[in-house]
Design a protein around this ligand. Structure first.
Ligand code: MG
Length: 451
């Protein structure tokens, strides 16, 4: 049997309905066979964490690997541990990031702490679907815990920001941990930075009673109210495994990930010049800000591993996605929620209140559309879109991006669902909506003819 196991974010599914202990054990065995040696293992707070991590550990040790358990920590803590321990060959994170609580999944970390690239996932898939050999009785692996991982990570983050300046500023922060993996590391980081912290949803309750773990404006109403009521300098919220962070400014406005990306890019460029790497789906606002600060922008296809690897290849200054997944190369080449929070505090101390910084950003409007498109027709539709707009300025880094003087339209099939997406951005809200609607009509008419 052969097939595809890993999606865009590891292996994910509903617990005991696809994502069960047998799958976790077999996958652990495949990962153990592939990586060998010592492998670090961590989880987020989901109620299925013990079941799946025990099963994965059984598989890993059966293959002869030794497991180092980090417990419940943010994904970037696991990545930091793997990267800073040369005798650790890789990592396994039991998480479904921002998905609902009935989901869980397994994501692999490479020996350098980055998300495992696709070709290595394919090697693991091949092992998974083959007849895997277990280690002989003398060579089965062992398990031990490494509770020091979180402290070592917090030390590293604290050293990479101006901790003294943050401590002297007497800041107040409201932090929403989404009942997820940041419940300990997040508040403890604030403590180290001398920040008065009001926490919300900071209990590690894996059923996510506070709100769904995707940090959207709608899900963060309590955080927004608390920021306003407390007069805090900012609010910060993490997703379930805390590789992403989003912010609420001191006036209680929710900031889109594009805005925090631009604000932190600006702060980075104030220190030194360089290239900011971001996917083609990011707002032109980011490019405008980066160019005005003397930096350059390089676009990649959508997906954080490709952003991280491009950053490594060109020695980029900074990078990240518009969903709050920001990457700081001086720390590590992966998305990092707590590091993002620390850098935002530093930006506020150095460059003024978050509301003022946000208000100074160029304004663009984005309209998003999606419509059903069978997987088999996606490529044909993309080719049609390219022909349809052949006379326009196109960027084909990922999908088809039509570039206008006042914005752009990105046409892109979803990598995980039978859906085709349209993102339309313009400095004029009417133009963004008109273009999105017109193109959706054109593509859907074409789709109807090919079905
Ligand atoms: Mg995540």
């Amino acid at each position: 049997m052969k097939g595809r196991l890993f999606g865009t974010n590891g292996v994910r599914g509903i617990v005991n309905d696809g994502m069960d202990c047998v799958l976790a054990m077999q996958l652990g065995k495949a990962i153990g066979c592939y990586m060998g040696g010592r492998i670090a293992l961590a989880t987020d707070t989901r109620t299925s964490r013990d079941m799946l991590s025990s099963a994965a550990s059984a598989g890993l040790t059966a293959a002869g690997a030794d497991v180092i358990e980090l417990g419940i920590v943010p994904t970037p803590v696991l990545q930091h541990y793997v990267r800073t321990h040369e005798d650790v060959n890789g990592g396994v994170m039991v998480t479904a990031s921002h998905n609902p609580p009935e989901f869980n999944g397994i994501k692999c970390v490479d020996s350098d702490g980055t998300e495992l690239p696709r070709d290595k996932e394919q090697d693991i898939e091949e092992l998974f679907f083959s007849k895997m050999e277990c280690a002989d009785w003398e060579s089965v692996g062992s398990m031990r815990s490494a509770p020091e991982a979180e402290d070592a990570y917090l030390d590293a983050v604290t050293e990479l920001v101006d901790a003294n300046a943050i401590r002297s500023a007497g800041l107040t922060v409201v932090m929403d941990c989404a009942n997820g993996a940041a419940y300990s590391a997040g508040p403890r980081l604030m403590d180290r930075l001398g920040v008065r912290t009001i926490t919300v949803n900071a209990d590690p309750q894996g059923k996510f009673p506070g709100h769904p773990s995707e940090p959207t404006e709608e899900n963060l109403r309590d955080l927004i109210s608390l920021v306003k009521a407390s007069g805090a300098d900012l609010g910060v919220a993490f997703d379930g495994d805390a590789d992403r962070a989003v912010f609420v400014d001191d006036e209680g406005n929710y900031l889109s990930g594009d805005k925090s990306l631009a604000i932190i890019a600006k702060a980075a460029l104030a220190k030194s010049k360089g290239t900011v790497v971001t996917p083609v789906s990011s707002s032109s606002m980011v490019e405008e800000v980066v160019l005005s600060c003397g930096g350059t922008v390089e676009y990649t296809p959508v997906g954080s591993p490709v952003v991280a690897r491009r950053m490594m290849a060109i020695d980029a200054l900074f990078g990240g996605e518009e969903n709050g997944g920001l990457i700081f190369p001086e720390h590590q080449h992966c998305r990092d929620g707590p590091m993002t929070a620390a850098k935002m505090l530093e930006a506020v101390v150095r460059h003024g209140p978050l509301s003022q910084q946000a208000a100074s950003l160029p304004v663009y409007h984005t309209e998003k559309r999606k419509f059903p498109c069978p997987d088999g027709l996606k490529m044909g539709l993309q080719v049609y879109a390219k022909e349809l707009f052949a006379d326009e300025r196109l960027d084909e880094t990922d999908g088809v991006k039509i570039i206008h003087d006042d914005g752009w339209v990105l046409l892109r099939p979803s990598g995980t669902e039978p859906i085709f997406r349209i993102y339309s951005e313009s400095s004029s809200p009417q133009k963004a909506a008109e273009r999105a609607d017109l193109i959706q009509k054109q593509l859907q008419e074409r789709l109807a003819r090919s079905e």
